[in-house]
Design a protein around this ligand. Structure first.
Ligand SMILES: Nc1ncnc2c1ncn2[C@@H]1O[C@H](COP(=O)(O)OP(=O)(O)O)[C@@H](O)[C@H]1O
Ligand SMILES: [Mg+2]
Length: 246
């Protein structure tokens, strides 16, 4: 579904991505893990056609993200890290703005259905200024689904949420997986990655330093005898990134 090959990104002199390659299979949740500044958002930005790579290629279902961004946009939904919602509008109005951008038929019904799906139907007409962080995040997920994309990008979807709201978003993500969506999820919460992701890539300073299933990464650490207890994904992460969690 997604194939990334030798991506490099420079911002002026700063190297944000260095030779990043990986692929994601249909129906997988693929985690991009890494401390702040590792390059996760830059990588998601390139895959979602918002940022141009300096070198390298990325294809979504065989379509090059640089050559045909419009075709890519129809295949993907994006839950961005910045909460790009219009605070002056209601939840339903925010949905309708996106529905119009995609030329959705019957936009009112589609918006209503998706708001029900994420449990916001009874707050659809209220302003979103009063929304909690968890509600805003659910609204972003609903909005990303407006054109029924096969692939979803979620950039730190639970950042700053309380434990209850975080679990609600996890349940939403797992429900979407059951529906057959392919997802790329960035996070620096290792527990989240361990619970949700089929495979993860651990990034540090613009490079992928390790890739595999959470199970295999944890097993790999045990081989080196670093821990007397069962290693967690966080142990693997700290071992690879020198202890920088954020
Ligand atoms: N628009 C930009 N201009 C210049 N530097 C940037 C820009 N966006 C990100 N960077 C830099 O690129 C690096 C990777 O950032 P980012 O992709 O946001 O990482 P992450 O999402 O993992 O925190 C960081 O050093 C960051 O400061
Ligand atoms: Mg980021």
């Amino acid at each position: 579904m997604i194939r990334v090959s030798q991506l490099v990104k420079y911002y002026n002199g700063l190297k944000a991505l260095e030779d990043v390659s990986f692929h994601v299979r249909e129906g997988e949740i693929f985690g991009l893990l890494g401390p702040n500044g590792a390059g996760k958002t830059t990588l998601v930005g390139i895959l979602t056609t918002e940022i141009k790579p300096t070198h390298g290629t990325a294809r979504i279902k065989g379509i090059d993200v640089v050559n045909d961004p419009l075709a890519v946009k129809h295949l993907i939904g994006v839950v961005p890290q910045h909460r790009s919602l219009d605070r002056k509008l209601t939840a339903r109005e925010n949905m309708l703005v996106m529905a119009r951008a995609y030329g959705i038929k019957n936009p009112r019904k589609r918006a209503g259905d998706l708001l029900s799906l994420v449990g916001l139907a009874d707050r659809a007409e209220g302003g979103i200024r009063e929304y909690s962080g968890g509600m805003l995040q659910k609204l972003l997920v609903a909005r990303a689904l407006i054109h029924d994309p096969k692939i979803l990008f979620l950039d730190e979807p639970t950042l700053g949420l309380d434990p209850q709201a975080r679990i609600a978003i996890w349940e939403e993500i797992l429900r979407l997986k059951d529906e057959g969506k392919t997802m790329i999820l960035t996070t620096h919460y290792m527990e989240e990655a361990d619970r949700l992701c089929d495979r993860v890539a651990i990034m540090n300073q613009g490079k992928i330093v390790k890739e595999g299933t959470p199970e295999n990464l944890k097993k790999g650490l045990k081989v080196y005898g670093l821990h007397s207890r069962e290693p967690t994904l966080e142990d693997v992460f700290i071992n690879l990134t020198g202890g920088r969690l954020k």
